[in-house]
Each structure stands twice: as structure tokens, then as C-alpha cells.
Write a protein that binds this ligand. Structure first.
Ligand code: IPD
Ligand code: CA
Ligand code: CA
Length: 273
């Protein structure tokens, strides 16, 4: 990455941080109250908090950088992501916004939810801000931007043996059509790793890999707004992201495997086939 990119990120980071803080406050205003839940599918929820949070994030980003593109979950949806995927490699700056990652947690009073704001430079994640307001944590990292949690440096773990590894996963919204592969991977992890977690917010899972609290994370079916910010933070913290085949990670590719790097080959084997 060349030097001018750093300068562009330096000007964008404070705006992304402010957007995440404002949106986090919006989420906390609704958290714990009886918010009306709409169903996007039998297992996928959306609330007024998702929509209000998205509106403030998009307004902040577009107000500050009117020529940057913005991909936002509620406005664009998976069809918008697919369309953008075809042209993203020609876009210098594209923000990717999940206004409420972990909606199911949020709706059930669980604390693991976040505002996730990533920035793509010609399709590659270069900056991430993940704000988990109920946990009072803000994760930041990117190209030339040291990875931190609440301003303190973070780093991936140095666990090298699968038997000592704490691994996380998540289940996609079409999970009932994918039970065979999901349970196969689940079973392999239980057989070989120390334990498995399913916290319910992919952006936070990735930040926990970056912070060394998890050693690896894998999930199928994720969208760019789930992974763009987290990828930038994990890579800044010395970790590695790929697809399930060990090839380059594509935030539009729906197969995400993140690790501390040392464990990567072993985790690729767990999700093979
Ligand atoms: C979901 C969460 C969850 C993951 C799902 C995502 P949402 O995002 O990140 O952990 O397992 O695949 O869709 O819908 O709460 O923004
Ligand atoms: Ca999400
Ligand atoms: Ca969401």
C-alpha cells in the first residue's frame, strides 16, 4: 500500500469513529426496551434500531466524504452487495456498514452487538471500526493504523496447537438448508480444538481474534458488512484471513476463515470438504 493511502485513512478514521459512537448511542437508547421486531426471514430479524443506526452512520460518512461509495446492510441488502461486488475493484473508496451486527443478541438483551464500519480501497479492507456499546469496547485498525481496543494495543494470540485453541463460528440465516456441512465442521472442531464459541456477532468475533481472545473464527454465508471492518483489524493485529480453501479472502465471497496465522493451515483442514 502506498503512502498516500495512509493520508486518506488518517482523515477518514475520525469520521468513522464519530459515526460509530453516534450510532452506538442510538442503539443503547433502544437496548433493553421492547423494540418491535420484523422478520426478514423465519430466523433473520430487523428492528427500528438497525434502521436508525444506519441512517446516522450513512449521514456522517456521506456528509464528510460525498464522493465515497457506501454499502449499507439495510438499504442495499444482499442484492446490493452482489451488484457492488462486480465493480468494487474500480472504486477507490467504499464504506461498508453494518449498523447493528448481532441483531438477534440485541433483541434478546444479549450484550454482543456492534456497529461495524469498514472501508474498502479498490475492494480491499484498509480500515475498520467496530463499536460494541453495551460492552463499552471500540476496536480500530487498518493499513498503517495500529490495532487497538479502547486505545490499548491488541495483537493476535500465539497459540500454535489446535488442541489449545478456542475457536468461534456463526450460523448463517439459511442454516436449516446447510445442517450437514455446519454440523460436520462443528464436530471436527469439538474433536480437535479446545472448545467452540458462537457469540452471535461476526464483527466482534473477528475483533476477538485480533485481540487474542479467540484463536480462530470461521463462518459461511457472511456478507461484506459482517467482515470488512473486522478483516482490516485482524490483519493489522498480525492475523490472517482467507476463504475456506486458504486462498485470498474476498469480503463478497461468503466464506471467512480468520486466525492468528499460526493455526491457519490446521483450521483450513477443519472446514475442508
Ligand atoms: C449476523 C451476525 C451473526 C452471524 C450471522 C450474521 P446481523 O449479522 O454477525 O453472528 O452468525 O451470519 O448475519 O444479522 O446480526 O447483522
Ligand atoms: Ca451482521
Ligand atoms: Ca446487521
Amino acid at each position: 500500500m502506498t503512502q498516500p493511502v495512509y493520508a486518506e485513512l488518517d482523515s477518514r478514521l475520525p469520521i468513522a469513529l464519530r459515526a460509530a459512537q453516534v450510532a452506538g448511542a442510538v442503539l443503547m437508547r433502544h437496548f433493553g426496551r421492547a423494540v418491535a421486531i420484523e422478520l426478514k426471514s423465519p430466523v433473520e430479524l430487523v428492528t427500528i434500531a438497525d434502521r436508525e443506526s444506519e441512517a446516522v452512520v450513512v449521514a456522517e460518512l456521506q456528509g464528510a466524504f460525498p464522493t465515497d461509495r457506501v454499502l449499507a446492510e439495510e438499504a442495499d441488502g444482499p442484492a446490493g452487495a452482489q451488484r457492488l461486488g462486480a465493480e468494487v475493484h474500480s472504486l477507490p473508496w467504499c464504506w461498508v456498514v453494518d449498523p447493528l451486527d448481532g441483531t438477534t443478541n440485541f433483541a434478546h438483551g444479549q450484550l454482543a452487538f456492534a456497529v461495524s464500519i469498514g472501508l474498502l480501497h479498490f475492494g480491499q479492507p484498509v480500515l475498520g471500526v467496530v463499536h460494541a456499546p453495551a460492552r463499552r469496547e471500540v476496536f480500530v485498525g487498518g493499513v498503517g493504523i495500529p490495532p487497538t481496543c479502547n486505545g490499548r494495543p491488541i495483537r493476535v494470540s500465539d497459540v500454535a496447537d489446535l488442541g489449545n485453541a478456542l475457536i468461534a463460528t456463526g450460523f448463517p440465516y439459511d442454516r436449516r438448508q446447510r445442517l450437514d456441512e455446519l454440523t460436520l465442521w462443528f464436530r471436527r472442531v469439538l474433536e480437535r480444538a479446545r472448545d467452540l464459541r458462537r457469540a452471535g456477532a461476526a464483527s466482534i468475533d473477528l475483533c476477538e481474534v485480533a485481540a487474542g481472545r479467540l484463536d480462530a473464527f470461521y463462518e459461511v454465508g457472511l456478507q461484506p458488512w459482517d467482515t470488512a471492518a473486522g478483516q482490516a483489524i485482524v490483519e493489522a493485529a498480525g492475523g490472517r484471513l482467507t476463504g475456506f480453501d486458504g486462498g485470498p479472502h474476498d469480503v463478497f465471497g461468503q466464506r471467512t476463515l480468520a486466525s492468528n496465522g499460526r493455526l491457519h493451515g490446521a483450521v483450513v483442514e477443519l472446514v475442508a470438504g
